[in-house]
Write a new protein. Sequence first.
Length: 225
Amino acid sequence: MNKIMVVDDDVNIRKLVGVILSDVGFDVCEAADGRDALLKLDENKIDLCVVDIMMPHMNGLDFCRNARNYYEDMPILMLTAKSEIGSKIESYGVGADDYLTKPFEAEELLLRIRALLKRYKIDLQKTITIGSLTVDSTSHTVSVNGECTSIPMREFELLFKLGSFPGKTLSRNHLVEELWGFDFDGNERTLDVHVGRLRNRFPPEQFGFQILTIRSLGYRLEVIS
């Protein structure tokens, strides 16, 4: 499980971001300013930081400068109300990896965090269990009772993504961007075709899970108890 530190002097923002991240399986810790965050970096193994710029005692820019002296490869996402281009340039100049302006959509925050974790190859969740199926992202295989088989890569990625968030509805846009990229310009039915193939390949009565279509929203995988 990836551990993310949310650094913001506004307790409401910390709680909001914490709920968004916890709901999809991240482990979250909080810090009230840059100075507090540096202390907690010494005490915890942090995979990524979400950091506000405007804070007392030590602001986000100064935190980033200090953190980069010791944690060169830790992704840092700046989260701030500022929208001026100069602030963005300054953030990147002190070592931030990405920048998101308040107010923000929860889905965009998650997309950016996952992209940073993927970029830095920080992916601690390698194997998941879905019903009677074990899905291994290292070998890209699925297995039942120890018998492994391979499935086409796009189907595997879609199954792993949906299976990583059982009971959660993932939007069509989110799934397409995760699997095919932001600049995908293919047929909009491509995702539906892959979902259909997974449904045919893994009947609910045999494997203990089903992929539901949530009209106008996307898809949700549910484990059948």
